[in-house]
Structure formats: C-alpha cells, structure tokens
Design a protein around this ligand. Structure first.
Ligand code: FES
Ligand SMILES: [Fe+2]
Ligand SMILES: [Fe+2]
Length: 489
C-alpha cells in the first residue's frame, strides 16, 4: 500500500490536464530565450550551474527554506510573548525579505532546468513551481501587511507561505531523489584500469562518434564509451550523458565539443568538461593510444576516486617488501580471520540448536556478541586499513560491520525465548554469513597481492590483538558493560 504522499505524487504525474499549461509556459520561456539568439547561452549555463559542477537550483532553494523557517520560529516566539517585541519582529521581516530574493533567483534557475524535462516530471515540476510561487506571493503579501502595521495578518500570511513552500519542497525532493532529475547519470565505472583495445583505427571516421563497450566485472555490466576522431586525434569519453543519460554516440561534433542529441549539452572533446549545459557534471574521461592500428583506451581516475590501478597494487606490494620483520612461523592474516569466522558460525549453530528456555542461552548470546565485536574491531583497526590499497571491498565491508552491530543490538534486547528473538537471530546469522563469505571469496583473495611476508606480519598482529582483547580485564569489563546496556540492563 503506497503512502499518502506517494499516492498524491502518482496522481500528479498522471494528470494529463497539466500538459497544456505546462507546454504553454515552457513555450513562453523557450521563445524568450530563442529571440536573444546565442546571447542567452551563458545565462542559461549560469542558471543550470554548469560553472559550479552541480545544479544551481537546489543551492539557491536553501535560501528561502532557511530564512522563512527562521522567520516562522521568530514569529512563533513573538506570538507567545517570549520575545522583545521590536527586535524579533524586525529580524523576522529581514529574514522574509532575504528569503524572497533567494526565491526569485531559485525560481529562475529552476525554470531553466524545468524547460528540459518532459512527461510526468514536467507535470510534477509545474506543480512544484506553482506551490513555490504561491509561497513567494504569500510572503510578499506578508511583508506588505507587516509594513502597514498589520502584524498578525502578516504572520498568518507568511506561515501559510511556509506551508506552501514545504509542500513545494516535497515535490522538489521527489523529482531529485525518486525521479533522479539533476542527478549525475553518467556511467562512472573505473574500468578499464589499463589500456584495452576497443576498435580498429581504420573504422573511425573524422567527426563521426562511435560507441564501443567495456566490461565491468564488479558492476556486471557493459559500459558504453564514445570515440571521436577529430583533427587527427582520437578522443574518448563516457557515452551516457551525465545530464539524463542521452546517447552521446548519436550526437555531433561542434566547436571542439561533442553535443548530446537530447538537450544539447556540449562536452569538451579533450577534457570531458561541460562547455554548455544543461549538464553540470563532466563526462567520464579515457586516455587514448593507438597501438598496432588499434584504438586502446584506459579510464582516467576521477578526483577522490578510490579505484585501484595496477600501479597502486604494485606499489602496495613493494612497500610490504621493505617491512621485512620476523613474522616467519606466524599464520597469514586471512587464515587467522577465516578461523575466527568459523568460530562465529559455530556459535550461531549452537545458539540456534539450544532450547529457547535454556538459561545458558543468554550467556552464549553474550559470548557471540563479544566475539563478533572483537572480530569487527580487529578487522577495522588492522586488516581493513592494510588491504585498502589492494581491495575495493573495504568501504562496503565497513558498512556491513555497522549493519551487523545494529542487528546484534536488536537481538540482545530481545528475550532469548521469544519468537522475535529467533527471527532476529536467523537474520543476524545470515548477515554474518554473507559478510564473512564475501570477505573470504573476494577481499581475502585480493589481500594475497600484499605478498606472503606482509600477510604473515598482519596475521601475527591480529593474533596478538585477539589475545589481548580476550585476556585484558579492562577490555572484557568494558564489553560486558556495553552488552548489558544493549540488553537494557
Ligand atoms: S541527456 Fe540531456 S543533454 Fe544529454
Ligand atoms: Fe568483516
Ligand atoms: Fe571477517
């Protein structure tokens, strides 16, 4: 059963009667822009946020949301007689005025973006705009009333404006988070990490974009790349347009850029940067080289990217070689952790097999909680940081640890003899199994790139920490206290 808000937005999206007014407004906007010729392009780029690298509309929208909420709070304070009348009232008036200016700017940026959406999103966008315009109208009315000394009326109008703004913001959120309008839609796969042949150079005609595909094993998907031969050089970028996923390989070359056939975003051939909006995010870039008559491409990492290149992995292994320590005889880290996984799995089986009313069941549960916490602690502090240079699984593994800890907390709070506990225990068991198995099948394998010496050294560190965590009275007391707190004392 859909929620009331979902039903409301679904009804809006289906309202075909909104199409006629929506197209009328869009035509007025378009005609106004078209009569100015190319002069309007820089203005449109500025309004989309092409210069910012992110859509500008949501940035501006925070101004009325913040200031008008502030004014609402100040008015409430005033109405309750809690404030020094004049100063509070003046502050509220100022906040409303600043917010109104921000709302006008946000409306301009929003209109520029809205002109490029169609179908159900154009309908929702229209209602979003109507609600926000109503909010602006009510706020301006409120300011007029306040200036005339009719403060109560003024407060009522701005409060109504705030409600309209909240409803409008909800629809704005729907457009972004559900419908993904304004969200980067390019394929940002890190593949291929080293040069890979994709096409014979002879097959590439001047200024005729050609699509090729790269296999991304982790995403289990083909990633489209567009090749363009322009003035003797071959360029490559992601073929899925960052704006709304248009096919750049069906676009054309103009002014040193590749133009998207859907809404006309133009991307610099050599850098992938946006030259003209509505797109705001650069296209994924690829290095190109010609080898033996073949075009070869390699993905250029993005700023902040954690994608591993073969060079990173080599460097990590070389670092390890330097740290020659007396780790001979120690077991490898993955072996130690695998053994601990097996211990956790056995504990689950034992608890599941116990009679629900067995008083020892709670103690076993506490033992499991302690071992799970120790396991996560050891991995978080020793193993994960060490394998980060050779495995991309680490961020997901951290997230799963968090999820396991949350699930464990729920299980501890439930009485071990209740059906709810059985269900939670089963879910936790599956979650731990999934997590441990994916470590064993993926991260532990990738960890082998660190080399035998480094893994034995890590194994020794992990065994020492496991030993310390179990033997230390302070650590055990701390864990016991935490478990009691989670059980609800
Ligand atoms: S999809 Fe809109 S410009 Fe490419
Ligand atoms: Fe883990
Ligand atoms: Fe683990």
């Amino acid at each position: 059963m859909a929620s009331i808000t979902e039903r409301f937005t679904a009804a809006l999206e289906k309202s075909e009667q909104l199409d006629a007014p929506a197209y009328a407004v869009a035509n007025v906007l378009s005609t106004t822009l078209e009569v100015t010729g190319t002069a309007s392009q820089p203005i449109q780029n500025a309004l989309h946020g092409t210069w910012l690298g992110h859509p500008l509309h949501p940035v501006l929208a925070t101004i009325p949301i913040g200031t008008w909420s502030m004014a609402l709070a100040l008015d409430g304070y005033d109405t309750l007689g809690l404030a020094q009348q004049r100063a509070t009232g003046q502050a509220a008036d100022l906040a409303l005025t600043v917010g109104a200016a921000g709302a006008v700017a946000a409306a301009a940026a929003g209109a520029a973006d809205w002109r490029q959406v169609h179908g159900r999103d154009r309908r929702t966008g229209l209602v979003h705009a109507v609600l926000n315009s109503a909010a602006l109208g009510l706020t301006v009315g409120s300011l007029v009333m306040r200036r005339r000394g009719r403060r109560n009326m003024g407060r009522a109008l701005s409060a109504a404006g705030w409600l309209a703004l909240a409803a409008g913001s909800y629809l704005g959120g729907h457009l972004v988070y559900r419908r993904r309008i304004g969200v980067d839609q390019a394929d940002r796969s890190p593949e291929p990490r080293s040069f890979q042949p994709v096409l014979a150079l002879a097959a590439l005609e001047e200024d005729r974009p050609r699509r090729v595909e790269i296999w991304d094993e982790a995403a289990r998907a083909m990633i489209g790349v567009v090749l363009v031969r322009h003035r003797g050089r071959v360029h490559a970028m992601g073929s899925r347009c960052a704006h709304m996923g248009g096919p750049l390989d069906e676009g054309w070359v103009q002014g040193g850029g590749l133009v998207c056939p859907w809404h006309g975003s133009r991307y610099c051939l050599s850098t992938g940067r946006v030259l003209d909006g509505p797109a705001t995010a650069s296209q994924p870039r690829y290095d190109v080289r010609i080898n033996d008559g073949q075009v070869e491409v390699r993905r250029v990492p993005e700023p902040g990217d954690e994608a591993l290149t073969p060079e990173d992995i080599e460097a990590a292994a070389a670092d390890a070689g330097v740290a020659e320590v007396a780790a001979a005889g120690a077991r490898k880290a993955d072996e130690v952790l695998f053994e601990h996984h097996q211990l956790l799995r056995r504990l689950f089986e034992t608890i599941e097999a116990m009679d629900p009313h067995d008083p020892e069941r709670r103690d076993m549960m506490r033992l499991l909680a302690a071992e799970l916490e120790i396991h996560e602690h050891v991995e978080d502090t020793i193993f994960y940081p060490a394998v980060r240079p050779v495995s991309e699984d680490v961020p997901v593994a951290h997230a799963e640890h968090q999820q396991l800890a949350d699930m464990l907390a729920v299980a501890l709070r439930l009485g071990p003899s209740t059906p709810a506990f059985e269900e939670q225990l089963r879910a936790l068991h599956q979650a731990v199994d999934h997590h441990a198995s994916s470590e064993e099948q993926s991260m532990f394998r990738e960890a082998q790139r660190l080399g035998e010496t480094r893994l034995r050294q890590l194994g020794a560190e992990i065994e020492a920490m496991l030993e310390h965590e179990r033997a230390s009275r302070a650590r055990s007391a701390f864990r016991a206290l935490k478990i009691r707190l989670l059980e609800g004392l």
